[in-house]
Every structure is written in C-alpha cells, then in structure tokens.
Design a protein. Structure first.
Length: 353
C-alpha cells in the first residue's frame, strides 16, 4: 500500500511539507484508543534472537531510526510502535535555530536518495528534553547533539556541554555529531586535535555523572583512510563508547539523476542508496583496523534486510535507517528484522545438517 499508493501521493509535495503533515497525522491517529497496540502487533517483531547488548544497553532488535527524522523528539513513542529497536533524536543544539533557507531537502527518485542542507534546524535541546520527560513507552532514545551555527569552533565544546547537560537524564546514549556538511566549518572538528579535545571534554563531563551514558561519535563517509586511522586512535585514546558510520556525503559520483538537476539543487548531504557501498567500506575498515575495539552503528543506504545484513557482516553491531524509511515505508524495520531471522534460521539449519 505504501509504495504503490501513499508514496506516489506524498512525492507530489515538497519533502519538508509532507514530513510535517505526516507527523501531525500520526499524532492524531495514535490518539485513537486501541491504535497503538494494533500498530505494534503489526510492525514489532519480538524474538530474543534479535536482541543486541551494545555499550551496556540491551536493544530489542538491531534496527534503529537514524537522527534527522524526529529532530525535536515529537514522535518517538509513535515511531517506536513501528518496530524500531531505538530512535535517535536530533541533531539538537543548545539554542533553537531555524536552519538554512528553504527549499533545503530534495528527492532523487532515480537514485532512491535525498539531498538535504537542513542546517541543524531544531527547537533546542531543553525543549526536546521536556518532551522526552513525557515518554510513554520504553523505546530507547539516542541524543544526537551539535553546535549552533554562529558558535565558533573554538567554543564548540561549550555547546556540546550544554546539550549534554540538558538531555542527560532523558536519553540512553549520546552522539557527538561533527560530520554534517550543512553547518559551516563543522567538519573541521573531525580533525585530530580538535576532535580529541572535544571528546576528552565530553568524557570528563560524563565521568562526573552518577550513571555515565554511552558517548558515540558520528563520522562522515568522505574521510580518507588516514583520517579513519586517526578516528580509531582517538576513540581508543578517549575511550568513548563507539562510532556511528556514516553521516551524509558530499560526493555526487555515479548518480543516475541528471547533472542539470544536481546543479539546480546545489550543495547538501546525499543520503540513500548511493551511499550504501561507501558506508559499508568505512564500517569494515574501522572494525578490521581496530580489531573490533569498539562498537560501530552502521548507517547509509539501508533499504532491505540484505543491506542491513551486509553492514552487520562488515562488523556493525546495530544499524539505522533514514532515507530507506522514506522510500520503503513504515514496514522497513519489520522487513529487516524478519529477514535477519530468516538468515539465522538458514544458517542454523545448515549447521544441523
């Protein structure tokens, strides 16, 4: 129904317009008595074999919803009913900010991809924390945090600290986002010295808490092998809890979309199917070169259970979807989890034989 009726209808409208419409629609629908358990029964796949314990947290299944979809923590309970093992909110900044000028999100249907230059549009970490206090389900929540556009890089640590303090009691883990291509100068924080200083600062703040939360780093797919080596060294030195690989890419190679259309769209981060191969390469590189010294969450181009398994076999402990959710629809987590179980059954039968 989604792919043949709803998606063609949704794709008649601007991406951001339909995104907000769907949010409001789901809020209304889920207020109807009996809808939540009905949706959960349809979409949630419950099987102890899907459970994953990663950086001290037990996830009911390995499929999460990546940051960017529920930026302001407005729909996490409802989205949790669609079978995701965790929801990552954000990216959140200390102060509310409007983000970049519209239009700032574009579909590339020929490539099953998106280009966005949202620019960390959000209502602020404190507002999100207030909404998270009203959590009605046990869905696991990750807090993806960044810096405000006008904050200079030398003061970035202050912004990440403010977000950390605002969200500490309400999220299950943190993600330090220094890899979005849509905030000027942000990716410079991925360089070795500023990144090590930032993560050391975050670990110090975390250690002062009675119950420290896992801290992860989200990296770009456009890093060189030498830069990935630096990431491995920094993660080991600072002892943060893991890496999310990867964010969107600025690369435009091997796209089916016409170059004139790409030129018309302009800059932004590319996500979806074209990113699948590179994100898997980064996951495999990090896992093999580090000898699996830390967990990696795999993101980028996941649409089917085969895509998810490819990333899990490359070394990812968990996976996240975003663009695949938009193109495949609300059943994506169910399909992936069922696919993972089928592969487990096949492997088990082979071992028995």
């Amino acid at each position: 129904m989604y792919k043949y009726i709803l998606k063609p209808l949704f794709f008649l409208f601007e991406p951001e317009t339909i995104h907000h419409f769907v949010f409001k629609f789901l809020k209304i629908i889920f207020r109807i008595p009996g809808i939540k358990p009905l949706v959960r029964n349809h979409y949630v796949v419950q099987d102890p074999r899907l459970e994953r314990t990663v950086f001290g947290i037990t996830f009911p299944n390995p499929v999460g919803l990546a940051a960017g979809f529920d930026k302001d923590a407005k729909l996490f309970d409802e989205l949790g009913c669609l079978g995701f093992g965790h929801i990552e909110i954000g990216t959140l900044t200390p102060k509310a900010q409007p983000g970049n000028d519209k239009p700032r999100m574009f579909r590339l249907p020929e490539d099953e991809a998106l280009i966005n230059r949202m620019g960390f549009n959000n209502q602020g970490a404190t507002d999100a924390a207030e909404r998270l206090k009203l959590r009605k389900t046990n869905i696991l929540i990750g807090g993806n945090i960044g810096k405000n556009k006008l904050t200079p890089n030398e003061n970035a640590g202050d912004d990440y600290e403010l977000c950390f303090q605002a969200l500490y009691k309400q999220v299950d883990y943190f993600v330090v986002n220094v890899s979005s291509p849509n905030t000027p100068g942000l990716r410079a924080l991925q360089e070795k010295e500023p990144l090590k200083a930032l993560l050391t600062h975050m670990k110090k703040l975390n250690a002062e808490k009675p119950f420290p939360k896992p801290i992860l780093l989200k990296i770009a797919p456009d890093l060189t092998d030498e830069q990935l080596d630096d990431i491995i060294e920094i993660v080991k030195d600072t002892k943060i809890d893991g890496v999310i690989a990867t964010n969107t890419t600025i690369n435009r190679g091997n796209l089916k979309t016409q170059e004139t259309r790409l030129a018309e769209i302009g800059p932004g981060g590319l996500s979806g199917k074209p990113l699948a191969g590179r994100s898997t390469e980064v996951i495999r590189y990090l896992c093999e070169k580090s000898d699996r010294a830390f967990p990696v969450i795999g993101v980028g181009g996941i649409r089917t259970f085969a895509d998810a398994i490819e990333k899990l076999e490359a070394g990812a402990s968990l996976v996240q979807v975003y663009t695949g959710f938009i193109y495949e629809g609300p059943g994506i987590a169910r399909k992936i989890n069922r696919g993972i179980l089928r592969v487990m059954d096949i492997k088990q039968n082979k071992e028995i034989v």
